[in-house]
Design a protein around this ligand. Structure first.
Ligand SMILES: Nc1ncnc2c1ncn2[C@@H]1O[C@H](COP(=O)(O)OP(=O)(O)OP(=O)(O)O)[C@@H](O)[C@H]1O
Length: 277
């Protein structure tokens, strides 16, 4: 559904953000896009949305070249940037103006999510808080039912209960033919939500794997380091270690923060993988 082949991009000559970046992602997946500050997460989302054009290589998103910004492409993709403001004075104006661009827009989902996110009755966005405006835009994005959804730091500004609601509605609203990419530093907000993690480092994809596969390969735990397992990476914590070991059949949940640290510390070089098709 999404292929990036030898993509090159630089804001200024001589310091490329991406050099021959290559990866692919399939439909039916919620992907967590991680990377340190300045690694290019936002730039990548802008390229996928067709807001920037690559300086080399090929991008195919849902069968389209995003840079051409064809109407059929634009109606199939939704990009919610970090700190995006609605740009209309009221939610009603926003929906009236924007929903017609998305043939699959579902007013019932919009109404349900408005209620679930407890959005205010006030007619003007100027009477809403930042978090409330953000939740409105997340609700609208999900209601479009776009095949591809790109979210940049969607949980920024959401209160604690809203973050849990975000995870619930995100998982509950999506269909098998949709692909969602969530760029964030808030790994806790991705827990129990994503099924694939992609880590960018130094202009390249360092890791692109399904959580299911990671759970089969590694055991994530906390406490005393297990002597019977090969430890891949560990960090000291007050009661011992948080660790990631080669799995010996035991099941555990991927600790995204530990996985990220292990990856950027070069401990997973051998497990660098690209999603196929
Ligand atoms: N408009 C711009 N002009 C020049 N350089 C830019 C511009 N926008 C971003 N950059 C640079 O490109 C690099 C990637 O930026 P980008 O915002 O994509 O990173 P990011 O991974 O999203 O960062 P963060 O996690 O801090 O949001 C950074 O080094 C940044 O300084």
């Amino acid at each position: 559904m999404l292929q990036v082949n030898q993509l090159n991009y630089a804001y200024k000559a001589g310091s490329p953000i991406f050099r021959d970046l290559t990866f692919s992602l399939c439909a039916g997946s919620i992907v967590g896009l991680l990377g340190k500050n300045g690694e290019g997460k936002t730039t990548l989302l802008s390229l996928l949305a067709g807001l920037k054009r690559p300086h080399g290589g090929e991008l195919t998103v849902n069968g389209h070249n995003p840079g051409k910004r064809q109407p059929s492409f634009l109606s199939s993709i939704y990009y919610l940037p970090d700190e995006a403001e609605p740009g209309f004075s009221s939610p009603q104006d926003f929906v009236k103006a924007m929903a017609p661009f998305y043939p699959t827009f579902d007013t019932k989902i919009m109404a349900e999510l408005t209620e679930t996110f407890e959005l205010p009755e006030a007619r003007k966005f100027s009477h809403w808080s930042f978090g409330q405006r953000k939740k409105f835009q997340i609700a609208f994005a999900l209601a479009t039912k776009c095949k591809i959804m790109l979210f940049d730091e969607p949980t920024n500004g959401l209160d604690i209960p809203s973050k849990a609601i975000f995870r619930k509605v995100m998982a509950g609203t999506l269909d098998e033919d949709q692909l969602v990419i969530i760029a964030t530093h808030q790994t806790a907000d991705l827990q129990n939500l994503i099924d694939r993690v992609m880590i960018l480092e130094q202009g390249d994809v360092k890791l692109n794997e399904e959580l299911f596969d990671l759970e089969a390969k590694y055991f994530f735990g906390q406490g005393h380091l297990p002597e019977h397992l090969d430890c891949v990476y560990a960090e000291e914590v007050p009661n011992g270690h948080k660790y990631m070991c080669a799995s010996a059949g035991e099941s555990s949940t991927v600790d995204l923060e530990l996985l990220f640290n292990a990856t950027i510390n070069g401990k997973l070089e051998s497990s660098k993988a690209y999603a196929n098709g």
